[in-house]
Design a protein around this ligand. Structure first.
Ligand SMILES: [Zn+2]
Length: 268
């Protein structure tokens, strides 16, 4: 490889790295859209339902009950469709980041012989997008589930289990594994490494990978090939984290009410 070629490769690898480091920006738009949809869903379930009820009551109702139900169902469907589009956008970001990292890894490992990077990127994105195992079914997507919850609709059981069932701990998972090895606090949007099985908070591990670190941050783990393509959302851990968070909330409420009791006592 000529020095020029190697400089060029380093340049392109740097560029690709730069692209992958903008993940937070790409994700922000998806999150903002999701926030709007969720807020609308909340208002629809509370406010609109109540308004519609008023329109169907009284001696001269403006709407029949069937009309009201049909109208509400239609509005809910629109929100669900928008949510799916939003999830698709977020999947495009996943595919894009995955492909950019893959291309960069190619380049760094084989010197990236003369290749058409743009078409290679498209090819990787297509392959990633068209592989259903890279994505959850919509009914298991957190965005979709949140909107359904706001709309007061039934959720599909997460992998056949619900929040209150006892879940078999996988591989002796304990409370300790509910903490992210990077942030050391309770996991947020847990992502599981399919290679070594370790779980991290999404934002933290993305930042870690984007700063070009390749070794799994768990002490003693021998995985030194950490990459976005090894990561997938970890629904089961997410469920455990939610329960743990609820438990902690209950505990802190209990503490608070005890403190308030003490305060009242002092006032007496
Ligand atoms: Zn690991």
């Amino acid at each position: 490889m000529s020095p020029n070629h190697s400089n060029l490769n380093n340049g392109i690898a740097g560029l690709l790295h730069n692209m992958s480091s903008k993940e937070a920006q790409y994700r922000e738009a998806c999150k903002t859209n999701h926030g709007y949809v969720k807020a609308t869903a909340t208002r629809m379930n509370d406010g609109l339902q109540e308004t519609m009820r008023l329109l169907t009551e009284g001696e001269n109702p403006v709407l029949t009950e069937e009309e009201m139900k049909a109208y509400l169902a239609k509005q809910k469907q629109i929100l669900k469709d928008v949510t799916k589009e939003n999830i698709q956008d977020s999947r495009t970001v996943d595919s894009f980041l995955h492909s950019v990292c893959k291309l960069r890894d190619d380049l760094l490992s084989n010197g990236g012989e003369d290749c058409d990077y743009a078409s290679k990127l498209r090819e990787y994105m297509e392959a990633h997008k068209s592989n259903p195992s890279n994505f959850l079914a919509f009914e298991h997507e957190p965005f979709y589930r949140e909107v359904l919850t706001e709309l007061g609709e039934e959720l599909a059981a997460a992998s056949g289990q619900n929040d209150d069932d006892d879940i078999q701990m996988v591989g002796g998972a304990s409370k300790q594994t509910l903490k992210c090895p990077l942030t050391t606090v309770l996991l947020e949007e847990p992502m599981k490494n399919s290679f070594c099985g370790h779980v991290y908070s999404r934002a933290a591990v993305m930042e870690y990978i984007n700063s070009n670190k390749r070794r799994c941050p768990v002490a003693g783990c021998r995985n030194s090939q950490l990459s976005v393509s090894q990561l997938a959302e970890d629904q089961q851990t997410a469920l455990l984290v939610r329960r743990e968070r609820k438990r902690l909330e209950r505990e802190s409420q209990k503490m608070q009410s005890q403190t308030e009791l003490v305060d009242t006592d002092e006032e007496d």
